[in-house]
Design a protein around this ligand. Sequence first.
Ligand code: 0WD
Ligand code: CA
Length: 381
Amino acid sequence: YKRSREPSGDQNPHKRHGAAVTLATNRQMYERNFPLYKQPVEVGCFSLDSHRNFFNDHRQMRYYVQPSKCPEFNLRDGYTDRFIKRDDGVKERLDHLLKWILANRDKIQNRDQTSSSSLVLGVDFVTWRGHLTKVLTTPYETHEGWLLAASKFGGTVYISEVETEAARTDREKRSERQEEMMYWGYKFEQYACADGVDGTPDPGGVVNTNEAFCTVVQTRLADHKLLFSGEVDCRVSDADAPPAPACYVELKTSAEICTPKQRSNFHRYKLLKWWAQSFLPGVPQIVAGFRDHDGVVVSMETIQTSKISQLIKNEFNCWKPTVCMNFCSDFLSFVKSVVKEDDPRLVYLFTWDPHRDVSYTVHRDSQYSFIPEWYVKELRS
Ligand code: 0WD
Ligand code: CA
């Protein structure tokens, strides 16, 4: 494969301001050939039950059930009386993924590695898919910044998000309408998914957002070996479906599109996020439910992840997948160049605010440390 071109000259996104090294996020700097992105391979999965307990299996897997042509999905149904909401003030960091790693070390350690150390996982980065989605969309994001904490342990860099002040304020000040609209996406999942391969959806049941099914995939972006996990809504139920992640389906809701302006905004902003999220783990299709102001689904559409870049080509000055992937690759190179010390108690905190470069600060034994002692002990044993 071709190595992505090294940035050079005044196109170099690594800027030096004295000792501080930062990374530029201007989209023009990342318009080069699409970097190598290996087809993601599922190496395992896990489930979180209604109490947020971890299980090293697929018990929370659900099956997509194609709704009738004109579904009558009222997404508001059950909000007041059949809804159990996960406590989003509890920060779980990478914990569930780390539990999966401890239970499945044999599935990730590449057998032909030269190092015999039990510490070495043979991957460069471990993180959540959602964190990588934020990195991918950074060159186009104009409102929300991010904080990503990185620590190196056993040669692998772990990346875990830290909630920004702005995000915490938004979370604590959500209006009743916003709270209810967050429920609509989960209610849509209940209308479109069955628990068993031959089952039917149960719209009368309780929506519990503690429950989750997550895939764990391995892949490579340029010269970065990645292991990450993402929540998967459901899979197709056909017996002859391709193996995971190609059988997975992402479910989304969005406001119905009535005007050219709304269509343009959908292409420019929403499809960027949808594409980044599903492209990363290799989820090939997205089922969109378009709803009106009263939370009633008025139409549905299946969108192939691979067709999204063609769908948006008619938008003037639109986002480009290659910019997202090249920025992500360069960000990971930047992280590798910064995170040198192998110490799970040392955190390099990468900060980004819109219209700024990425910068970082270093913290030892601080509130930002996120690799738990139980993980360090077990991986070292
Ligand atoms: O510590 C953190 N800051 C985060 C932890 C942020 C995001 C996720 N998580 C954890 C949770 O344990 C969750 O089970 O990761 C798991 C999901 O990870 P992901 O797939 O990497 O996250 P993302 O791609 O952002 O979201 C996928 C789905 C969302 O679906 P939609 O269609 O709305 O994108 O996971 C749900 C949501 O249903 N979700 C979350 N679930 C639990 N905690 C969270 C969250 N913070 N954010 C989104
Ligand atoms: Ca979803």
